[in-house]
Design a protein around this ligand. Structure first.
Ligand SMILES: [Mg+2]
Length: 297
């Protein structure tokens, strides 16, 4: 990219984004982008070379992954995405052809999930080969957002899809963010709390635990990906599935069958229950023995 120059590079980026980037001032080209609607949800997540992808991942998939990681967070609140801005740090040696494929992958995903890429920044990084950060805006898809903090002792825990083996299977960039499922959960009164799984169930589940409660998970119930062990289902990161806490007073059969009718191709599994701390359910896994993926270590 060093030979191209910043102005030409930004023109190219607008061209690669195509319909995913509206004309200024709603899109790239002014000092700020002007959003057509206010947005109540905001999240940011990066992808970095060597950390979230390597040379085996095609550049178009890297661009899609950058957006989809953020979409997973919007899904986890019961939200629908609106707009995004992208900040890149590039080594001068990154090829324009690679960058084009990255942006075209990002643009295809943006069109698919109806996100406008409205701005961004490109800066030169010395040692960093390629790092990108995307900030995504969104709004509640329905009447409410679902937070992590609504779970109570007694709530059942459910997870969508299958867990573990994300890196080996390519799921970490091929996944479909659970936007429709998240919006559906937000519309169900029996759903008390929700989050997406990015660092591994064993670590992430603690974020849903109310004060003086601990999650009891059952090994036999865990929906492990084909070829993945129970341990992998607990500790591998990048599942991008939804974990929800459900009111134990609800009609669980109705809840489960309504989900199955709406999403016949998506598994929904009851994997455990919130219990009083120090009083795990008989036969539950001891989570302090297994650790999810730890950042910054
Ligand atoms: Mg998240």
């Amino acid at each position: 990219v060093a030979a191209v120059g910043e102005e030409r590079l930004i023109r190219k980026i607008r061209q690669w984004l195509g319909a995913a980037c509206p004309p200024a001032p709603e899109g790239i080209g002014d000092d700020c982008a002007v959003l057509p609607v206010a947005s109540r949800l905001i999240t940011v997540d990066p992808v970095g070379f060597g950390r979230h992808f390597d040379a085996t991942v095609p550049p178009g998939w890297v661009g899609a992954k950058l957006l989809k990681r953020n979409l997973s967070d919007i899904a986890a609140m019961g939200g629908a995405p609106t707009s995004a801005v992208v900040a890149l740090t590039l080594a001068p040696a990154v090829s324009v052809a690679w960058l084009e494929r990255f942006y075209r992958g990002l643009a295809a995903a943006a069109r698919k999930y109806q996100v406008s890429v409205v701005g961004g920044d490109v800066s030169e990084g010395g040692a960093a080969v390629f790092a990108a950060s995307l900030t995504l805006l969104g709004n509640p898809a329905g009447k409410r957002v679902v937070t992590r903090s609504g779970a109570r002792i007694g709530d059942y825990l459910y997870v969508t899809g299958v867990l573990g083996g994300s890196l080996a299977s390519g799921h970490h960039y091929k996944f479909t963010p659970r936007l429709a499922e998240g919006a559906w959960f937000a519309g169900r009164r029996e759903v008390m709390a929700m989050m997406d799984l990015s660092d591994g169930l064993a670590k992430d589940v603690h974020a849903l635990e109310p004060k003086s409660a601990a999650a009891s998970l059952f090994a036999a119930a865990l929906p492990a990906r084909k070829g993945a062990s129970t341990r992998a289902a607990l500790v591998d990161g990048e599942d991008y599935e939804l974990l929800v806490a459900v009111d134990p007073g609800a009609d669980l059969w109705r809840f489960e069958s309504a989900f199955a009718r709406r999403f016949p191709a998506v598994r929904l599994t009851r994997i455990g229950q919130m219990m009083r701390r120090g009083r795990p359910a008989p036969g539950a896994l001891v989570l302090r023995d297994v650790q999810g993926y730890e950042h910054l270590s």
